[in-house]
Design a binder for this molecule. Structure first.
Ligand SMILES: *Cc1c(COP(=O)(O)O)cnc(C)c1O
Length: 490
């Protein structure tokens, strides 16, 4: 490890701050049994501490410092205007326990965001509570379960999940007590209709569908898939983490999807990847609105000519209960709402068009050099194979690591699982053609290096503060505390 730890910089007796003389009487120390003899805190000057943390912060890779084509994660630009609105004092200093009469502005914002998300997805109701995509999935699957139980349909405990799904889908289904059955994809990357037919029986609770799926492909039979599940009495859950290909073009609700989560921190530009908490609102069709977790913002008094409408918080009658304290991550709601208002309905459609265009442009530059296992027009992302039969020692991981030498964040790799040595690339709509070209050039150069000097890839990254890490060792021998490791050394 090249980077010094704080404790390595410590000099005995050096002080960062000096406390003023106390202006209150000194009290006794706590009893001896509660005191430590030794506390290995680093002793440093304030300037040294500032330099240490500022230097560390500059080692971070972020969307603000470079291209970040992390497939499925939608690392688009997080507009700075979002940060300005969320810091407006009326939003920033609102307290969740204030009487609703005193926070009408914040409630109107939440209400409007619910309305936008209903319209975008074609849903009848929205909860803004879930804290992330996976949390939205758990919420949605619990709603599906509650719906069947409310009808006395207790046999339904099976949930179907295509093999192209995000790993969170089977995880959240299992957590909610449902039985997960994996569905195969067909040769074109669609749900295999024959496999689906075999599973459509009276134990079917639902199907979790990611569309476009994690291959970046729109399921060509989506309406038939949904019809089959509905006919068997099941509901369809849509994984809407990435809505970048659909905004303003297709509404999942219109396709027949019953429940769907959005990731405000992907499609709707709120920060993620260490930049802030997520937010995973869930939209539902009419027959599921009563099951939503509360509170939901609604107009509780229409008002009249003199008084404006009053917004308040309501609990749906058959609610599965709260899934989060208060109203979810309010700051993320403000940022996402800003993004929606800044773009407007037409702008949202353009986002989808540009995201798909950028992905197909990049794909067209790479497809002759990297094998494309599912050869179709892609949506907002695509999956290549990071291997060539003539250089069997080179793997997707080596390509990913070598990209870091070219100052790019690597794409998602080894996911989806149905592609060997997968490299999953999502450019997003916020990148310029020049950036896409520089990235494509680097990918082509790496392919050439793989054939002429594979060791260059094997040893990569060469220029990062930490080289190739032993990922197994990191998991088996956790060292999380600088103080403890300093003690160990003595
Ligand atoms: C990111 C993602 C999720 C999970 O979202 P989190 O906010 O990370 O929990 C689920 N499904 C898909 C397809 C995703 O891309």
């Amino acid at each position: 490890m090249g980077e010094p730890q704080l404790c390595d910089l410590s000099v005995p007796g050096r002080q960062g701050i000096r406390f003023p003389q106390p202006d209150v009487p000194l009290s006794d120390l706590p009893p001896a049994g509660l005191l430590r003899d030794e506390l290995p805190l680093p002793e440093m000057s304030e300037l040294e501490v500032i330099r240490h943390y500022t230097r560390l912060s500059q080692l971070n890779y972020s969307i603000d410092t470079g291209y970040y084509p992390l497939g499925s994660c939608t690392m688009k630009y997080n507009p700075k205007v979002n940060e300005e609105t969320v810091r407006l004092p009326g939003f920033a200093y609102a307290h969740p326990l204030q009487p609703v009469e005193t926070v009408q502005g914040s409630l109107v914002l939440l209400y409007n965001l619910q309305e936008w998300l209903k319209e975008i997805g074609g849903f009848a109701g929205i909860t803004l509570q879930p804290a992330a995509g996976a949390h939205g999935e758990l919420t949605g699957v619990l709603i599906i379960r509650a719906y069947h139980r409310s009808r006395g349909d207790h046999k339904r405990d099976k949930i179907l999940i295509p093999d192209s799904a995000h790993g969170t889908n089977p995880a959240t289904s299992a957590m909610s007590g449902l039985r997960v059955v994996e569905l195969k994809s067909d040769a074109r990357g669609n749900v295999d209709l024959e496999a689906l037919k075999l599973e459509c029986d009276d134990t079917l609770a639902g199907l979790m569908l990611t569309n476009p799926n994690t291959l970046g492909l729109f399921d060509e039979n989506v309406e038939e898939v949904i019809r089959m599940v509905h006919q068997a009495g099941g509901l369809v859950y849509g994984d809407g983490a990435n809505m970048n290909a659909l905004l303003g073009i297709v509404r999942p609700g219109d396709l027949g999807i019953d429940v769907l989560h959005y990731n405000l921190h992907k499609t709707f530009s709120t920060p993620h990847g260490g930049g802030g908490p997520g937010s995973g609102p869930v939209g539902v069709a009419e027959n599921l609105v009563d099951f939503l977790p509360g509170p939901i913002v609604d107009v509780i008094d229409m008002g009249d000519e003199e008084t404006p409408p009053l917004y308040g918080l309501v609990q749906p009658p058959k609610s599965i209960g709260r899934v989060k304290a208060f109203h979810g991550h309010f700051g993320m709601a403000v940022r996402a709402y800003t993004y929606l208002v800044m773009h407007g309905a037409q702008g949202l459609r353009q986002i989808a068009e540009m995201a798909v265009l950028n992905a197909n442009y990049l794909l067209s530059r790479l497809r002759d050099t990297y094998h494309l296992p599912y050869d179709r027009v892609c949506m907002h992302e695509f999956v290549l194979e990071g291997r060539w039969p003539e250089v069997p020692d080179v793997h997707a991981l080596d390509i990913a690591k070598r990209l870091m030498d070219y100052k790019f964040h690597p794409p998602t790799n080894y996911f989806p699982l149905i592609v060997h040595e997968a490299l999953m690339i999502e450019p997003t709509e916020t990148e310029s053609k020049e950036t896409l070209d520089t990235f494509a050039d680097a990918m082509l150069k790496i392919a050439e290096e793989a054939h002429t000097n594979p060791q260059l890839l094997k040893d990569a990254p060469h220029n990062t503060p930490v080289g190739r890490v032993d990922e197994v060792k990191a998991a088996k021998e956790l060292v999380l505390c600088c103080g403890v490791s300093a003690l160990d050394r003595e």
